[in-house]
Design a protein around this ligand. Structure first.
Ligand code: NI
Length: 136
C-alpha cells in the first residue's frame, strides 16, 4: 500500500460544481478517486508523448467479408511482433470486434494502429493508451 498524502486545492466554485456533476454522472462516489484517475490519465498521456514503452488496447471493428481484410490484418500483426494478446467477438452476422493488446514504444503503437486503420474494410480503429507504471 503506497503512502497516502493529503493536499488542499483551490478552485473557483463553478469549476468545482461542474467537476462534481461530471464525476457523479460517471459514477464516482468520492472526489479523491476522480482526482487520482485524472492524474493517472495525465501521467499516461505524458508517457505516450515522451515515447516511453507503454501499453495500449487497439479496438477495431470490421466486416469480415471484406476482400483480403483478414489476411492483411494477420500479416500486419505478424510483422509488428509486439502484440501481447488479442480477442475477437462476432458482433453480428457480418461485423467483428477485435481488441489487440500491445506493449511497445508509443510511437510504434501509433504507427501500428495507423497501419491497421489503413486496411480497406476497417470501419473503426481506436487506441486506448495506458501507462505501465501507474498504481491504483
Ligand atoms: Ni467475427
Amino acid at each position: 500500500m503506497p503512502d497516502l498524502v493529503r493536499f488542499g486545492v483551490s478552485l473557483d466554485k463553478e469549476l468545482l460544481d461542474r467537476f462534481d456533476e461530471l464525476i457523479q454522472a460517471e459514477g464516482y462516489t468520492n472526489m479523491s478517486e476522480a482526482i487520482r484517475d485524472l492524474i493517472r490519465e495525465r501521467l499516461a498521456k505524458k508517457e505516450w508523448e515522451c515515447g516511453n514503452v507503454v501499453v495500449g488496447a487497439i479496438a477495431i471493428v470490421y466486416d469480415h467479408h471484406y476482400s483480403n481484410l483478414l489476411e492483411r490484418l494477420t500479416e500486419v500483426q505478424h510483422k509488428y511482433k509486439k502484440v501481447i494478446s488479442s480477442f475477437h467477438v462476432h458482433l453480428t452476422r457480418d461485423t467483428c470486434l477485435e481488441i489487440i493488446a500491445v506493449r511497445d514504444k508509443s510511437k510504434n503503437i501509433t504507427q501500428f494502429a495507423h497501419q491497421i486503420k489503413a486496411i480497406k474494410g476497417i470501419k473503426q480503429c481506436d487506441v486506448a493508451m495506458c501507462s505501465i507504471g501507474s498504481s491504483k
